[in-house]
Design a protein around this ligand. Structure first.
Ligand code: NAD
Ligand code: 44H
Length: 382
């Protein structure tokens, strides 16, 4: 049986990528630092996916096991893998890079062939970022081997998978929609046959379409919902005032994406409609603190708030709702979220004006910077 190593046995790892790999007849070895999860995977060897949507059904995912990502066996697992995927969070890729490099060195020494690595993270260029990190740990011989045999293919990964309280800690609740699009030219050797994995030679368009539409709307729903004292995405998106800003922001980013990537306007606006419906899914409980997690990452230049705002500016397009969303992100104050704490400390120490310019890159004195600070001043947590 082919073997897949899935770094990250979390929501999307179990609820989407690991499931597709298992259904494509791979034995899926989940690599995680969560020892309880790894032990449970090795004991139960399968779990249930609960489709929480108009259609309610369950899927049994089997042929799974676990290995500690920081344990003695992981290097050998990577050395013997037929494919490696990740869903650990963009900031964790640099941490797993050294382990993956050791696995590549072991493959080289054992004379093993092609390996494809796909980072399934919410970021533009996740696999290329991981590749850069891995290469910093490779020997010269390892680099030469990797250039020849190891593909790092960017992808866009889309399925809403919040934490799930089931009878079995491995079980996971997911929406029925899913989309996994992988950059075909970056794959090496035979293309992996995985039903549900789409291939493209224009990945940037797809990953920006997803990150700058779904994740843009999601984040703004979360931050405005948080400000209004709401707990869930469903509650927030069903509030008319919040929905109006979220819709406008997705249309602002949409108009920029249409300009940049030549999307058909009618088709893209239907894509936005579908996303709005997904946010309203009454069968899924998705909390604003999950969707709004790591605000510094989400306020990054290539991420879902500043990224589309800059794209709209580049084309001279309206982007005031995106700026409202950015302002709302600066109000996000969750002491359990290290990046939220850091952001609030920056505001407390240096003032909102300085924090906005250093975090977003919108310079003090610019119209965009003024609007963000004005919106920030106008709003406060209910
Ligand atoms: N949940 C979703 O709806 C969703 C959908 C699409 C994309 N994503 C993206 O997928 C990635 C994971 O998100 P998630 O929601 O599954 O998060 P999660 O927190 O549920 O899962 C992340 C997992 O990574 C593990 N991890 C942390 N450090 C590790 C390490 N050093 N080695 C191995 N595992 C480690 C954690 O223990 C956890 O189990 C993120 O990039 C996220 O943006 C999430
Ligand atoms: O995972 P994050 O923190 O990048 O973003 C939170 C959510 O918007 C995200 O997990 C979505 O549920 C997902 O991107 C849907 O495909």
């Amino acid at each position: 049986m082919k073997k897949a190593i899935q770094f990250g046995a979390g929501n999307i790892g179990r609820g989407f990528i690991g499931a597709l790999l298992s259904q494509a007849s791979y034995h899926v070895v989940f690599a995680d630092i969560n020892e309880e999860m790894i032990n449970e995977l090795n004991e139960k060897k399968s779990y249930q996916i609960h489709i929480l949507d108009l259609e309610q059904r369950q899927e049994t995912i089997s042929n799974v096991s676990g290995v500690l990502s920081n344990g003695p066996d992981i290097v050998n697992e990577v050395a013997e893998a037929d494919i490696v995927t990740t869903a650990v969070g963009p900031n964790v890729l640099k941490i797993i890079a050294s382990t993956i490099a050791k696995g590549i060195e072991a493959r080289r020494e054992a004379g093993r062939g092609v390996l494809n690595i796909i980072a399934c993270e919410n970021m533009v260029g996740g696999s290329k970022h991981l590749e850069e990190q891995v290469y910093t740990h490779l020997s010269e011989a390892g680099k030469a081997y990797a250039e020849e045999n190891v593909g790092f293919a960017n992808c866009s990964v889309d399925r809403i998978v919040p934490p799930y309280q089931g009878e079995n800690m491995l079980d996971v609740g997911v929406e029925s929609f899913y989309e996994w699009i992988v950059e075909e030219p970056s794959l090496k050797g035979e293309v992996p046959q995985i039903p549900g994995m789409k291939l493209t030679d224009n990945l940037l368009a797809y990953v920006q379409r997803k990150l700058f539409t779904l994740n843009t709307g999601h984040a703004i729903t979360a931050y405005l919902g948080y400000l209004a004292g709401m707990e869930t995405i469903e509650e927030a998106i069903n509030n008319d005032e919040i929905r109006a800003v979220v819709r406008q922001a997705m249309e602002e980013s949409g108009d920029a994406l249409i300009k940049k990537h030549g999307f058909d306007k009618e088709e893209h606006y239907k894509y936005i409609d579908k996303i709005e419906k997904r946010f309203k899914n009454p069968y899924i409980r998705d909390e604003v603190i999950r969707v709004g997690r790591e605000p510094l990452r989400k306020l990054g230049p290539a991420d879902r708030l500043v990224g589309p705002a800059n794209m709209a500016i580049q084309y001279g397009l309206g982007h005031v709702a995106l700026l409202k969303g950015i302002a709302a992100a600066f109000h996000y104050d969750n002491p359990q979220d290290p990046q939220s704490k850091e952001l609030q400390e920056q505001i407390a120490q240096n003032g909102i004006e300085a924090a906005v310019s250093s975090v977003t890159g919108f310079t003090d004195g610019s119209e965009d910077h003024r609007i963000i600070c004005e919106e920030y001043a106008k709003t406060s947590k209910a």
